[in-house]
Every structure is written in structure tokens, then in C-alpha cells.
Design a protein around this ligand. Structure first.
Ligand code: SD4
Length: 308
């Protein structure tokens, strides 16, 4: 353990996101506020897989998935939400202002507008537009492993339009010892219209039990849902596994569920327990995660992985 507060998030875009969370955590703020503020940074950046700058579905529409969970099992999510800049904040409103956990599509957008969120133009970023046109030439759906990773060493700071970042999952423990988590994505590029991945699904893309720990997922959402990934990891930590061992066990279960096809996908997990210990594990090479903890150091780590 490195001490609290602590925040951990997926991929190299997590470095910037952690700084957003740290502004809340350092002066003693709530983990819940931190995980919302943190991933909002990523939702604002241009990149392949989060926010309105993300890649569209096969019909050319950017559809966003997000969820959030606090230390008291409160949770909320949105799926297939269009033209709203901060799906994570809409997810939080679903949690705090409705009797429901998940709103989808048009209903989610209506709710967002009723809550005062602004309808953004229906427009792809220049990079997304270019890639989409290229993709239309073959129209083949073939997820690219580790497309999320920007591929070059990344420093904290302003992000150029070229950055290629993914789904961000974020877990935090505040100075009071409370845990919360968030997850936000534009999902797999060129997915079928209406497709929802693991990221807005409580128990798959994200799970938090304050008495045990928290976990988040990124990668091929269908294969995270199949094993109820984040929930599984929290249950394994409950039984005494370390965060990393629990993430590894979940990856092994994905591998078992996929058989030979495991080589064609990437699945990655991060976890944080209530003692402030963290860990990660991935199916394939190339996953990394960012950790910012008590000493204020914000560092990127390469995850270990199963398939050598
Ligand atoms: C999804 N898990 O929609 C997300 C996307 C992702 O790497 O994490 N891609 O399936």
C-alpha cells in the first residue's frame, strides 16, 4: 500500500485524468467527486474511445456509455447516449436523482436535457471522420487490440488531436477511506447501432464494495460482461486475494471462456482494495495504468499479462 488518498485509472490517458481527481482528493475531498472530475478530463480530450471526440458506431454516430458507483452501493449509468459531452455526470444524476440505475438511448438524452445538460452538435471529430470514411471502404468490424494505447511514451499535459486513448476506468480511495469508481467510453469503434458494452454495466465494467475494494475493466466489453468481470474481482478480493491476483484470476476466466479465440481480443482489469493496495492484469501485452497516491507522484505502469 502506498497510503491514501489514492487514484488509479486505465491507460496512459489516466495520467491526465488522475490529476483531475487529485485536485479533489488532495484537499480531502470525496472519492465520488474525484472519480467524476477525473474522467471528465478524458471526456473533454480528443481521442479514439471516450467522449464526443470518440469513434462512431457503424452508422457514423458517436454513442456513449458510462457509469459511476459510490461507497454505499449507490450507482448510476447511461448507455448509448448521444450528443452529450459528459456522460459520467449524467450517470451521476441517474444515481442521485432517479429511482433507477441505468438509462439508455433517447430516454437517457431526454433526462440529460431535463437536467440542464447541453445538446452538442452531431458531428465527428476530424480524425474520427477520416478513420470512419476509411473504414466504410470495407465496413469490416474487427476490433483492434490495444487501439487504446497512444503507443508512444506519454507525458502529462495538453493532449494533441492525434491521441488514441480508450475507455477510462477510474478507482479512488479518499482520505476518509471511502472508495468510489467511474467508467466512461464511446465503446468499440464501428459497433452495431444500439450495441452496449461492459462500461456502463455495474458489476461488469465497474464495481465497488467499500468493505472490500473496487475494480474496473477495459477491452472487449462482451468478454468482460460474460464473466461479470468487476464484480468477480471484488468477490475474489473478499475471499482474500490481492488486487493483482484477483485481476489475474478474472483474466484467466476470460481466457477459459474464449478458448483459442482468446488470442484475438484484449481484456484488462484494474483493482484497488480498501487498504489502498492496487493491482492490474491484462490478457495481452500493451495495457498500462496510471497511479497517483499519497506522495503526489503520478506514474504510469505496464501491466503484466497472460498470453506470452
Ligand atoms: C467496450 N470496454 O465498449 C469498452 C471499450 C474498451 O478497449 O474498453 N475498449 O467494450
Amino acid at each position: 500500500a502506498v497510503g491514501r488518498p489514492i487514484v488509479i485509472s486505465t491507460w496512459d490517458a489516466g495520467l491526465n485524468a488522475n490529476l483531475g481527481a487529485w485536485k479533489v482528493l488532495k484537499p480531502g475531498g470525496r472519492a465520488l467527486d474525484a472519480v467524476e472530475a477525473g474522467v471528465m478530463v478524458t471526456e473533454d480530450e480528443l481521442g479514439c474511445c471516450v467522449g464526443l471526440g470518440g469513434r462512431p458506431d457503424r452508422d457514423g454516430r458517436v454513442t456513449l456509455d458510462a457509469c459511476i458507483m459510490d461507497e454505499k452501493f449507490n450507482c448510476g449509468g447511461v448507455a448509448a447516449l448521444e450528443r452529450i459531452k459528459h456522460p459520467i455526470s449524467v450517470a451521476r444524476r441517474v444515481m442521485e436523482r432517479t429511482p433507477h440505475v441505468l438509462l439508455v438511448g433517447e430516454g437517457a438524452q431526454q433526462f440529460a436535457l431535463a437536467q440542464g445538460f447541453k445538446l452538442e452538435p452531431q458531428k465527428l471529430s476530424a480524425d474520427a471522420e477520416k478513420d470512419y470514411r476509411e473504414w466504410l471502404k470495407t465496413s469490416q468490424y474487427k476490433p483492434v487490440i490495444n487501439v487504446e494505447n497512444s503507443g508512444s511514451p506519454r507525458k502529462v499535459g495538453p493532449v494533441g488531436g492525434k491521441q488514441n486513448h480508450d475507455t477510462i476506468g477510474m478507482l479512488a480511495q479518499d482520505a476518509q477511506g471511502n472508495l468510489s469508481g467511474s467508467c466512461t467510453t464511446s465503446g468499440m469503434a464501428y459497433k452495431m447501432r444500439g450495441r452496449v458494452g461492459d462500461s456502463p454495466i455495474i458489476g461488469s465494467g465497474l464495481y465497488v464494495d467499500n468493505a472490500v475494494g473496487a475494480a474496473a475493466a477495459t477491452g472487449q466489453g462482451e468478454d468482460v460482461i460474460r464473466i461479470a468481470g468487476a464484480s468477480l474481482i471484488v468477490e475474489l478480493m473478499r475471499q482474500g486475494m490481492s488486487p493483482k491476483a484477483a485481476c489475474r484470476a478474472a483474466v484467466e476466466r476470460v481466457a477459459r471462456s474464449k478458448g483459442e479465440q482468446a488470442r484475438d481480443i484484449q481484456v484488462c482489469f484494474i483493482a484497488l482494495n480498501n487498504r489502498g493496495e492496487y493491482g492490474a492484469f491484462a490478457l495481452q501485452k500493451g495495457f498500462n495504468y496510471a497511479v497517483c497516491a499519497a506522495d503526489g507522484k503520478n506514474e504510469l505502469f505496464d501491466s503484466e499479462y497472460l498470453l506470452k
